[in-house]
Design a binder for this molecule. Structure first.
Ligand SMILES: Cc1ncc(COP(=O)(O)O)c(C=O)c1O
Length: 419
């Protein structure tokens, strides 16, 4: 008997196919746009100069001569690739130095470097959780967290984004599930740009006897005096069991890490399939991450964190004053507020977000577009982000484009969500 259904059928009639076709035909696709140089504050893209508000190069270190030299030295010393896994034949001295320096930076006993941040999440969650355990995750958590949870086959209990009452409810239920319980949240949410209320989350986790993991992909290299992330900013580092980070943002490279107790990290070192059964990152990536970490960990680090955070506040305020809907600066326990380098502009409707993106692109500003499932349905947004290397004049140029585009856009397509 022949099978009734072609397994490739799904590639033809999927729900996004029509949207994608229409966007491509009208040159409205905001994705796979090509950069023609480094991701600086102003970039060359597709034949024109554009203000870059769509990069995670938060500290602007991807073109820093010391980071480039770190990559070059590693390339010269170890060649273009490691052609094998960390376990068998892909570990070099740079990995061990990087792991020691990451653990010192995070203030943990140990750290483990993965080839990507996605693998760090999948390889940690998929290994430390098992069937019978329960994982409690924020609905805004990154896709790689969800992938790790699903891979583990632990029971997944999601709670509504940043809602402590819902978290508590899920912890109550999880306690009755009968296995170990891990809560996992982003320290800074990658699309919303808001921070997790980590002190209150840690209180609940402790009350229910669970464990806590924080994804610091967007907080590391930006928040806290040492730039160690949201856990440092909130003063809860010793209450967080596992901290994940990536090199693909502030650390100007590609790769990821998990930091925590020696006991857990060493277990991952010999058990994590996403660590063991993949090739180690290319030496240049490891060398660049190490050079970037040394800048972050030097007296220059806090200056860079200060600059990127100042730029974030400046852009957030500017967009707010123009009447766009942005996230309010968020309160911290000491009475101050924080605006992270991710400054989303809420649009709501998918097509409106795409049309607004195109108008800004034509006006010389590049931003990212987040549609469902990256955000909840009906929650389309333009994700803008800043770097330490932007200056106010360049951000003013972007704000002027936002102002010009808004008036014309609303005249044609109706009002955007207000400030
Ligand atoms: C919150 C978060 N976690 C994990 C990752 C995965 O990191 P990487 O890009 O290094 O694979 C990302 C990046 O996309 C992220 O935003």
């Amino acid at each position: 008997m022949r099978t009734a259904i072609d397994v490739f059928e799904k590639v033809r009639g999927h729900e996004r196919a029509e949207q994608l076709r229409a966007a491509r035909e009208n040159d409205l696709l905001p994705y796979f746009r090509t950069l023609e140089g480094p991701a600086g504050p102003v970039v060359e893209m597709e034949g024109a100069e554009r203000v870059m508000l769509g990069s995670n190069n938060y500290l602007g270190l991807t073109g820093d001569p010391r980071v480039v030299q770190g990559a070059r030295d590693a390339l010269e010393a170890y060649g273009t690739g490691l052609t094998g896994s960390r376990l068998l034949n892909g570990t070099i001295a740079l990995h061990l130095e990087l792991e020691a320096e990451l653990a010192a930076w995070m203030g943990t006993e140990d750290a483990l470097v993965f080839t990507t941040g996605h693998q760090a999440n999948v390889g940690t969650l998929g290994t430390i959780l098992a069937p019978g355990d329960t994982v409690v995750a924020d609905t805004g958590d990154h896709a790689s967290i969800l992938d790790g949870c699903l891979l583990s086959r632990a029971k997944l209990r999601a709670f509504r984004h940043n809602r402590l009452d819902k978290l508590e409810k899920q912890l109550e239920r999880a306690a009755a599930d009968g296995g170990g319980v891990l809560v996992v949240v982003d320290g800074v949410f990658s699309m919303e740009g808001d921070v997790a209320p980590l002190p209150q989350i840690a209180d609940l986790v402790e009350r229910y006897g669970a464990r806590l993991m924080v994804d610091e992909a967007h907080g590391a290299g930006v928040l806290g005096r040492r730039g160690a992330g949201a856990s440092e900013l909130f003063g809860v580092e010793d209450r967080v069991d596992l901290r994940m980070g990536t090199f693909s943002k502030s650390l100007a490279s590609c790769g990821g890490f998990i930091a925590g107790s020696h006991e857990v990290v060493d277990f991952l070192r010999i058990q994590s399939r996403a660590f063991l059964f993949t090739a180690a990152a290319v030496p240049a990536a490891v060398g660049a991450a190490l050079a970037a970490l040394r800048i972050v960990d030097s007296p220059e680090g806090p200056e860079l964190f200060g600059r990127v955070l100042d730029n974030a506040r400046y852009l957030n305020r500017g967009l707010h004053d123009l009447g766009f809907h942005v996230v309010d600066p968020q309160p911290l326990p000491d009475g101050s507020t924080v605006v992270t380098p991710i400054v989303p502009v809420l649009v709501g409707d998918d097509w409106k977000a795409v049309l607004l993106w195109r108008a800004l692109y034509d006006a010389g500003v590049f931003v990212n577009v987040a549609l469902h499932p990256a955000v909840p349905p009906g929650g389309a947004l333009l994700r803008t982000s800043v770097m330490a290397t932007h200056d106010h004049a360049t951000l003013d140029r972007a704000l002027a484009a936002f102002a010009a585009v808004k008036a014309a856009f609303e005249a044609e397509h109706g009002p955007l969500p207000g400030a």
